[in-house]
Structure formats: C-alpha cells, structure tokens
Design a protein around this ligand. Structure first.
Ligand code: 1CP
Length: 343
C-alpha cells in the first residue's frame, strides 16, 4: 500500500502520509558530514550522492515520500545562467536577467538536455525505494524563478528587481515568464517520465506581492502548468497566497500545499472535498519540545478531520537548527494517529 499515492487519489487510508519540505538538508548530521566534503552543486549533479542524500531522511524517519535532492535553481543554469551557493549568503547567480537583450541570450533549446543528472538520479531512486514510499520531483514556479533570475540571488527586501521589471518592462517580464513556464513544464514532465510519482511546484515567493499582482504574475502561469500536466499528481505550493484562491480557481489544481496562516478546516470549508491538501504545521513549532510538537501535530490532524485527501507536512521548509528528535516526535505522532476508515 502506498499511503501517499492513495491520498493523492482521494482514497481513504488508515493513517496520514507524511513528508517534510526540505527534509534532506542542514538539520541532519548525516547531510552535514557529506556536505563538508563537497560543494552543493557536486551533491546535486552527482547521481550517487544525490540518491544518498534523498534517502537519508527516509532511513532515519520512515517518511512516506522521498523528494529528490536538487534545487529550484537548476533550471536557471540550464537556461544559461549558472549559480553558486555561497555560505551565509545562499544562491548567487552569475548574471541577473533584467532586459530584453539579456533575455534573448538565454538558451532556446529544451532545458531537459542539460538536466540529465536529475533524471538519472530519479531512475536510480525509483529502483532503490520500497514501493510503499512515493518519489517526488519538483521545480520552482515561474514567478519564484523569475524573482531569483532578475535579482541575481536571494533578497532580504522582497525582490525589488522583478517587481520593477513587471511595472517598467511588462513585455520583457511576460516574455521571461513564458520562457520559464515552458522550461518548468518540460522539467516536470521529464521527472515524471524518469519515475517520479508526483511533482511539486514551489511558488515560495507567491505571497510577496499584493493579491491583484499575484493574479497577474503568478496564477496564470501556475494554471498553465496544471493544464499541461492534467491527470498527473502535481502539488502546487503558492506560499503565502493560497488563502486568496477561490473554490473555482482551486478546481484547476489537484493538490494544494498550504502554509500555516489558516487552519485546514478553513481551507476545506472554502474549497470543498475535491482538492487534496498538503500541510500545514508551522515550522517554528519544531523549535519547541517533543510534547508541544505532538500536541500541535495532532491539532493539524484534527483540524482536517477523518476524510480523505490530507498529506501531512509543514507549512514551509524545515530550518537548519531543528534537533532531529523534534522531527522524530512529529513523524511518530502522525504515524500513530489512527483514522477511522469506513468499512
Ligand atoms: O548546504 C547548503 O549550504 C545548501 C542549502 C540548500 C539545500 C539543502 C540549498 C540552497 N538548496 C537545498 C536543497 C533544496 N532546495 C531542496 C532539497 C530537497 C528537500 O529535501 O526538500 C529543495 C526542495 C529546494 C527548493 C528550493 N530552493 C526552494 C523552494 C523551497 C522553499 O524552501 O521555499 C527555494 C526558494 C530554493 C532556493 C535556495 N537554494 C538554497 C537556498 C539556501 C535557497 C533559499 C535562499 C533564499 O532564501 O532566497
């Protein structure tokens, strides 16, 4: 039985499936041990290392889904803009793209041609993983990728370069979004073909614009991805923006990742029973203690109630300072929480 896949398909399960956004990473001592010997890009681009890192949290916690160890920025490199991960600073791109001339210099060939290392790792992983563990591929959403592409890296001030471009150079902005959307669809499709059971679209920065700009700059491109991959298991995670979506808009998306700003009961009431929900424990709860974590985890499970269609996760990625025993408390609580399945 694969609890994750059954839940994606809205089938009842005896308990909730659980995985954790950013489950492979710096909070794990076994990740830090390997990271000490390699650059971040070596880890991502060497299939054997990528497979090992993807499996680390599965071995430690018995999670129900593995997410491939990669990064949303690999697509930008495949488009001709390499990046480095700089300690203490995060991603730094070789050159930002802010003008139509810079946009014209991006690669026009399919990004899948230079992302073979991702697909190789997925093929290896699907063979290595037991059939009851789902395999998840992913990509950044066009808007979130555009934030990094225009800025040239992270931003502590809300990515002003892309917001400026959206207002001052609307044609270039939309041409860039078109190119990114095509690249994202190609990369997601290739990951599904390589053995991913599901894919997640991370729109981590969907919530940094006001609602009307979200509808203008993010939502149409997410909808295009949903339409292109209709019938596949695709998780959309518009962080900080899901609460703006109406039931009609949500109808286009099979699975929605939601942050902790509203209860799961609220999203169910608003959207009905046809959409699968993923989330939404506040990652800050993981800084507390095992009893508090167990209590808050149960509160999320209870908020959804016993009906089908809930994948347990955090409302956003786990942070590097979290003790491993705290994650253990979360996973054990979900794994022992019995759902009543109608006979
Ligand atoms: O060890 C290190 O120094 C590298 C830190 C790191 C890691 C572990 C980066 C750099 N990326 C990753 C892996 C990664 N990135 C995964 C692995 C699979 C998993 O276990 O979940 C995933 C899914 C991502 C996705 C990602 N990268 C997102 C979307 C998810 C989110 O948290 O919002 C984003 C925004 C990025 C960009 C990025 N890459 C790395 C960092 C530190 C960042 C964020 C920088 C910023 O805040 O702008």
């Amino acid at each position: 039985m694969n609890l994750f896949l059954d839940t994606c398909d809205l089938k009842p399960t005896p308990r909730r499936p659980v995985w954790i956004m950013r489950q492979a990473g710096r909070y794990l001592p076994e990740y830090r041990a390997i990271r000490a010997k390699h650059t971040f890009k070596e880890l991502v681009e060497t299939p054997d290392l990528c497979v090992e890192l993807t499996l680390q949290p599965i071995r430690r916690y018995g999670l129900d889904a593995a997410i491939i160890f990669s990064d949303i920025l690999v697509i930008l490199e495949a488009l001709g803009v390499p990046y480095q991960i700089v300690d203490g600073q995060g991603p730094v791109l070789d050159r930002p793209v802010r003008t139509s001339e810079a946009l014209d210099r991006l690669a026009t060939t399919p990004v899948t041609g230079s992302l073979g290392y991702v697909y190789t790792a997925l093929e290896l992983l699907r063979r290595e993983l037991s059939p009851d563990v789902a395999l998840i591929g992913f990509a950044g959403a066009p808007w979130t990728l555009a934030c990094y592409l225009a800025e040239g890296g992270s931003s502590k001030t809300g990515f002003p370069a892309i917001k400026n471009m959206m207002e001052q150079e609307p044609d270039t902005f939309h041409a860039m979004m078109e190119r990114l959307t095509e690249a994202v669809i190609d990369h997601l499709r290739a990951q599904l073909d390589a053995g991913a059971d599901a894919v997640q679209v991370f729109d981590s920065w969907a919530g940094i614009v006001p609602e009307h700009q979200f509808r203008h700059a993010c939502l149409p491109y997410l909808t295009r991805i949903a339409d292109a991959l209709k019938g596949e298991r695709v998780i959309f995670f518009p962080r900080g923006a899901a609460h703006w979506l109406t039931a009609a808009e949500v109808g286009r998306f099979p699975i929605l990742g939601v942050d902790g700003s509203h209860t799961l009961a609220h999203y169910r009431d608003r959207w009905g029973d046809e959409v699968v929900l993923q989330g939404n424990l506040d990652p800050a709860i993981l800084t507390t203690d095992p009893d508090t974590i167990a209590r808050e985890t149960r509160a999320v499970l209870e908020s959804h109630g016993p009906g089908p269609g809930h994948i347990f996760n955090l409302g956003h990625g786990i942070t590097p300072e979290i003790p491993v025993e705290h994650v253990q408390a979360l996973v054990e609580t979900v794994h022992t929480y019995q759902l009543e399945v109608p006979a």
